[in-house]
Design a protein around this ligand. Structure first.
Ligand code: ADP
Ligand code: DP6
Ligand code: CO
Length: 320
């Protein structure tokens, strides 16, 4: 096989129990375990080939761009996998980059899987997950389809994600794209600030309880409960940003707030709709496949310009 032409595809995942803080920034060990749903609609494809220069090179969406993070990560892979010659990395994001739609998750999962396959290594997904974690924490969860859990662990070996075996369920996630623009406060910076909130330790404790409740809700295919816990967990995460003692901030815009209040209204009318938000202004709505069209229609009536996509559970990493 000519591995030059092989491509890895990894899908983004949305955390229902969030990762928002590092207990070890060098190893990228999180302060909490997290739990996610992989999405079918948003993904990254990455291929590698020998570099034509003496250094690693990187092209994203056919454009040369800042390669610092890719360079740093390839260096880490060389320490973990053994040295390999300079690579040319070519990647395409089928998801907005740096907009709080988890491009770093699909990106570093695809890059890890691609480099490992290119080197002819056959490693279990849990090992790939451990490696990808060093590129971006959320990437550790993107090797697995459907639901995944990232165990926070205590060291490099014990911090990785695995599949959370769950029954099939008609869960849907509506992505309301308030802005596809690159965020001003990147995830790594945002969580460093959040950790200076006086409420941070309480959030970590609460997260452990919510993680257990969420695991049970997933096992019971209880979409209402999944949504309710996810919303609580996410809003508490965003409250940390506001209450940071060092450079408090928010990812929310007026439109974010409006969508959140519309979701509340829908709930009062008996519709199953709960919000979760990542490091950006975009709102993801947990609902059922059956109720998604109704929610999309209601939001569209109110905000005709708003870009809305309905995602369902997506697959793990693939190679072709
Ligand atoms: P997001 O909300 O999109 O995950 P982050 O701040 O977590 O935003 O990460 C965005 C960063 O991830 C980008 O600035 C870039 O360094 C990196 N990234 C995004 N897509 C790719 C890709 N396809 N390949 C390599 N790195 C990528
Ligand atoms: C809010 O994985 O992007 O989406 O590890 O610093 O790259 P780094 O951060 P990243 O953070 C994701 C934060 C989040 C919640 C989550 O995905 O768990
Ligand atoms: Co990210």
């Amino acid at each position: 096989m000519d591995s030059t032409f092989m491509t890895a595809t990894a899908h983004t995942n949305i955390a229902l129990i969030k990762y928002w803080g590092k207990k070890n920034a060098f190893l990228n060990l999180p302060t909490t375990s997290s739990l996610s749903l992989t999405l079918d609609r948003f993904y990254t494809t990455t291929s590698v080939s020998p570099s034509e220069t003496s250094t690693d090179t990187f092209v994203l969406n056919e454009q040369v761009c800042d390669a610092t993070r890719v360079h740093t990560f390839l260096k880490i892979l060389r320490t973990q996998l053994g040295d390999f010659p300079p690579l040319h990395v070519s990647s395409d994001n089928h998801v907005p980059t740096s907009a709080g739609l988890a491009s770093s998750a699909s990106a570093f999962a695809a890059l890890t899987g691609e480099v490992v396959a290119y080197l002819g290594l056959d490693l279990p997904k849990e090992t790939l997950s451990r490696l990808a974690r060093r590129g971006s924490g959320s990437a550790s969860r993107s090797f697995f389809g459907h639901f995944a859990v990232w165990h926070e662990g205590v060291d490099d070996d014990s911090s990785f994600a695995e599949s959370l075996h769950a029954p099939d369920m008609p869960i849907a996630l509506i992505v309301a794209e308030v802005s596809g623009q690159s965020k001003k406060v990147g995830s790594s910076e945002g969580m460093m600030r959040a950790m200076t909130s006086p409420n941070y330790d309480d959030w970590v404790k609460q997260s452990a309880n919510q993680f257990d409740d969420m695991t049970a809700a997933v096992a019971n295919a209880d979409i209402e409960k999944i949504g309710a816990i996810a919303e609580n967990n996410a809003l508490a995460m965003h409250a940390l940003n506001l209450t940071a003692t060092r450079q408090p901030f928010t990812y929310f815009t007026d439109e974010t707030q409006l969508i959140l209040s519309l979701i509340k209204d829908m709930r009062r009318q008996g519709i199953l709709a709960y919000a979760t938000l990542d490091a950006g202004p975009n709102v993801k709505i947990v609902t059922t496949k059956a109720q998604a069209p109704e929610i999309v229609a209601a939001l569209h009536d109110y905000l005709p310009q708003l870009k809305l996509d309905v995602a369902v559970s997506g697959p793990g990493i693939t190679y072709d």
